[in-house]
Design a binder for this molecule. Sequence first.
Ligand SMILES: [Zn+2]
Ligand SMILES: [Zn+2]
Ligand SMILES: [Zn+2]
Length: 179
Amino acid sequence: MIENNDTSAQDSCDENPAFNNRHNHQDCISSALDKAQALCRTRNSRLTPVRKRVLELIWQSHKPLGAYQILSQLAADGFNSAPPTVYRALDFLLEHGLLHRIASLNAFIGCNNPNHNHHGYFLICRSCGSAQEIEAGNLSTYLRKNASAAGFVIESETVELSGLCPLCLEQQGHSQSDK
Ligand SMILES: [Zn+2]
Ligand SMILES: [Zn+2]
Ligand SMILES: [Zn+2]
């Protein structure tokens, strides 16, 4: 992890941390855990040690993590890593909006805004695997309008866009000379 000593990187860091290798990721982790604790408290739910650890494992980076990776890391931590335990923890975290499931990768990513009205719109880098959640308010309205015109009730709404992140673009020398 690279410490963020450069304050000029701060702005974009708050915006799209997944695509900023200079942000202080410890801040992402502690803020996610704080939000999870607060949310569980207001909802009278318990962030048990295993739930908390699963959330922490998923937040170790901005790359979605698969259930098997979670299982093996939990086992290494000495937790009960039986698949049902892990799946129950994942279900709990999903239910409370603390995670999103990325279907195309069959993996999970932390949400840093668990109180928002939950849609997940993700930019997913096919090279480094980082996933960045973005806002897409108008798109949601449009999709809902067309779905309900078709008599369809949307139960979950996740849009996954695949491509290359700015860091990988730069590495591959495809970067437009923007600066
Ligand atoms: Zn981060
Ligand atoms: Zn989210
Ligand atoms: Zn990338």
